[in-house]
Design a protein around this ligand. Structure first.
Ligand SMILES: [Zn+2]
Length: 407
């Protein structure tokens, strides 16, 4: 065998297990595996989890917060500021920043990502081509799904419609969309479905990202999903508008979303930064109603969205920090709620991304993270060191700790 992790904690309240890895796969999970491996790791009761999944991130505009400030902190200024910066991006610039961001993610135990890669007639495919190149180059470290993303809208930005088809021809994995930044929003949604049907690809919308619920289109997205037989193949990011709805209006939407099998990526770092900016007191949280959606059977994920730009001027690529942020913000700290959070950055996004070989089970890909904590229930609130990150059965990150305490 290539690797045996000895005495790992997989589930609280169960005995410790050994996990054997061979040729990139998990080949055994047993109480005491006989035999030896090239590399043996004694976990001494530490928690082993499947790799973290960053289900919504923008690699092409990461790490630019120092270039032009977003003074109002609003979404519209973030879009404006980034729009001014985009023509200055060179291929080398995008590549260097995307590369740096990917390394940040890998070091924190992220083994899969879905990245929204944008294009428009002004900047062309510079960023998109760079991300497609890195997808191939990084495949031994991290799996990358690329979303063809029309950030500036499709109809309000002439030339983008043709580029959507070109991006799919160039190998985009997912059709992206942003109905709230286009007119008419329903035509935008219809076109995205048309492209997805043509190329038989899933869909991922930036959806209803506002403090209020005026003009929301999530119901239309769900109806369209059911009508086109796309159940389980549609995801939406943000969806903060639903947080502004009273229960009687929210509940039927959640039921419709559950029926349509629409997954949701809540993006609390961005949403908290940009949301509630007009509130002078009792400032709203303006985030996705995670608990209500989860309780209504919607597949809920947590993701970073942006790292250090006008939309989110902080972040270090650590999904554990995003999950920790979501715990107080979305009221997920209760005894019944806490165990539902780790799945929001592991198994739930695996489902949303359609990953078939993911999970801590025999026969699945050996994409694993050993955490420096001994209880699964504390896997997030500890924000533990990632001691080992294993991708495709190879150790790609190893953390050495040398802490000296003088008391
Ligand atoms: Zn986004």
């Amino acid at each position: 065998m290539d690797i045996i992790l000895r005495k790992v904690r997989i589930k609280d309240g169960e005995g410790l297990k050994d996990v054997a890895i061979e040729k990139g796969k998990i080949v055994a999970i047993e109480a005491d595996i006989q035999g030896t491996a090239e590399r043996e790791i004694n976990a001494d009761g530490r928690v082993l989890i499947p790799g973290l999944i960053e289900s919504h991130i923008h690699l092409d505009k990461a790490l630019i917060a120092d270039r032009l400030p977003n003074k109002s902190g609003t979404l519209w200024e973030a879009i404006e500021v980034t729009g001014k910066l985009k023509p200055t991006f060179t291929r080398e610039d995008i590549e260097e920043r995307a590369r740096k961001t990917l390394m940040m993610l890998v070091k924190k135990g992220t083994t899969h990502i879905r990245t929204h890669s944008e294009f428009d007639p002004t900047q062309g495919f510079t960023g998109f081509e760079t991300v497609m190149k890195l997808k191939n180059e990084f495949k031994h470290l991290i799996d990358i799904q690329v979303v063809a993303f029309p950030q500036e809208g499709i109809f309000k930005c002439p030339g983008t419609e043709e580029m959507m088809y070109q991006a799919m021809e160039m190998g985009a994995d997912i059709v992206g969309g942003i109905p709230y930044n286009d007119m008419p929003a329903k035509d935008h949604i219809d076109l995205v479905f048309e492209i997805a049907k043509k190329y038989n690809r899933p869909i991922d919308f930036h959806q209803d990202f506002k403090d209020d619920a005026d003009g929301i289109t999530i119901e239309y997205v769900c109806e369209k999903t059911i009508k086109e037989g796309f159940e389980g193949k549609v995801s939406v990011g943000h969806l903060t508008s639903l947080g502004a709805l009273p229960k009687e209006r929210l509940q039927p939407i959640i039921e419709l979303m559950s029926k349509a099998g629409v997954s949701v990526m809540s993006l609390p770092a961005t949403d908290l930064h940009l949301g509630g900016r007009k509130d002078e007191y009792n400032v709203r949280r303006a985030v996705t109603p995670v608990r209500a959606l989860r309780d209504g059977g919607v597949n809920m994920c947590l993701a970073s969205n942006n790292i250090r730009n006008a939309f989110t001027p902080y972040g270090n690529g650590d999904l554990m920090q995003i999950a920790m942020l979501a715990i107080p913000v979305s009221h997920l700290g209760g005894a019944d709620d806490l165990p539902t959070v780790l799945p929001m950055i592991t198994s739930n996004p695996a489902k949303a991304l359609g990953l078939k070989d993911y999970g801590l089970e025999v026969g699945k890909n050996a994409d694993l993270v050993l955490l420096d904590t001994k209880a699964v229930s504390e896997a997030i609130i500890d924000i533990p060191d990632r001691l080992f990150v294993i991708k495709n059965g190879k150790i790609i990150v190893e953390t050495e700790k040398n802490v000296k305490v003088n008391f």
